[in-house]
Design a protein around this ligand. Structure first.
Ligand SMILES: NC(=O)C1=CN([C@@H]2O[C@H](COP(=O)(O)OP(=O)(O)OC[C@H]3O[C@@H](n4cnc5c(N)ncnc54)[C@H](OP(=O)(O)O)[C@@H]3O)[C@@H](O)[C@H]2O)C=CC1
Ligand SMILES: CC(C)(CO)C(=O)C(=O)O
Length: 305
């Protein structure tokens, strides 16, 4: 399956790079600055298991050669509008689009731009960043993607997409419950992002501080109450995973915290703003999440001056 990754940053570079390493047919749509780095250094992944370099095919917006059978969207929420324009020539009648973005708002935008028959759901779990050399750094061993049609139905493209997104290098899960999976990922990330950006620390440090564990439990409870009121109560297995991760002693952070620490833009509106809007619609109190959103909004305003 001809596969296009839109974005070769932390998530796109990691999962697309691993697929290129496994010999899959992967092309990256990148912007000129990123292309210069990848031309010079290759796509380099530094992980707890060692370092890998691949040299996948790169294209820029002026040379998109469509259609691709599979497009994996791996940009930040604030870059989505332009990405949808740039990737349009890659979309054909049977293209499947799998987004890796956190949050939910991009689902409607994708459906609006390319139609419900092409827009699928997707989640990714990885702790990754791009370092000063432009290399992808996997910060912990976790690496999993999930994907599937939004209606959860049978789609004859699912087995091919599963093959295209599978290698030996990460966990790859086709799903018939992808909307629920995305909600679960959203509330976990909202909890992680709120805690780490408010406390300016990793989860291990927060847990070691007086009141830290209680803060984590209260923030998670708020996010779960919102999802429950919205008819997306997290399943018991997901709750157990949240609780295990939130109990860690490891310096686990969120991508939002890492972005904030580097002075980069943050996805506060798409992650916390939208979740708080869901809370407001249903009168669910969420003081911790609201405090985190206010904090991030102040950061965003100061950043742009
Ligand atoms: N990092 C993480 O650990 C995780 C992130 N996520 C989510 O994944 C999504 C992507 O985040 P992440 O990969 O970290 O972000 P990054 O900022 O690391 O990478 C995004 C990449 O998209 C590129 N890009 C933006 N617009 C375009 C465009 N029009 N055409 C081509 N490339 C473009 C950027 O290019 P350029 O280099 O030119 O700016 C950048 O390299 C977010 O929603 C995030 O919340 C989910 C799980 C974990
Ligand atoms: C939940 C977590 C930490 C792992 O994928 C994440 O999504 C992020 O940091 O953006």
């Amino acid at each position: 399956m001809r596969t296009l990754f839109v974005g070769a940053g932390a998530t796109g570079g990691y999962f697309g790079g691993r697929l290129a390493q496994a010999g899959k047919d992967v092309t990256f749509l990148v912007r000129p600055g990123r292309r210069a780095v990848l031309d010079r250094r290759g796509l380099r992944i530094k992980s707890p298991d060692g370092e890998t370099v691949v040299r996948p095919r790169l294209i820029t917006a002026d040379s998109v050669d469509g259609p691709y059978e599979l497009v994996v969207l791996a940009v930040k929420s604030y870059a989505l509008e332009q990405a949808l324009i740039d990737m349009a020539p890659a979309i054909g009648p049977r293209t499947v689009i799998v987004p890796l973005l956190n949050g939910m708002r991009h689902v409607e935008e994708l459906e609006g731009a390319f139609g419900p028959e092409r827009a699928w759901g997707g989640v990714c779990l990885v702790e990754a960043t791009v370092d000063d050399d432009g290399d992808i750094v996997q910060l912990s061993p976790m690496h999993r993607i999930g994907y599937g049609p939004l209606d959860g139905g049978d789609d004859d493209r699912l087995s091919e997409v599963t093959f295209a997104l599978s290698g030996e290098e990460f966990d790859s899960n086709p799903s018939h419950t992808i909307v629920q999976d995305m909600w679960e990922k959203w509330i976990f990330l909202a909890t992680m992002a709120s805690l780490t950006t408010l406390m300016r620390a990793g989860i291990g440090e927060i847990n070691a501080a007086p009141g830290g564990r209680d803060l984590g439990a209260r923030t998670l409870a708020e996010a779960m109450a919102i999802a429950t009121a919205a008819d997306h109560a997290p399943r018991p297995g997901a709750v157990a995973v949240f609780q295990r991760n939130l109990a860690t002693k490891a310096p686990m952070t969120s991508s939002m915290y890492r972005d904030m620490a580097q002075g980069l833009p943050v996805e506060a509106d798409a992650i916390l703003g939208d979740l708080l809007a869901e809370a407001a619609k249903r009168d669910v109190p969420a003081p911790m999440l609201a405090a985190a959103y206010t904090n991030l909004s102040i950061y965003a305003t100061k950043r742009t001056g």
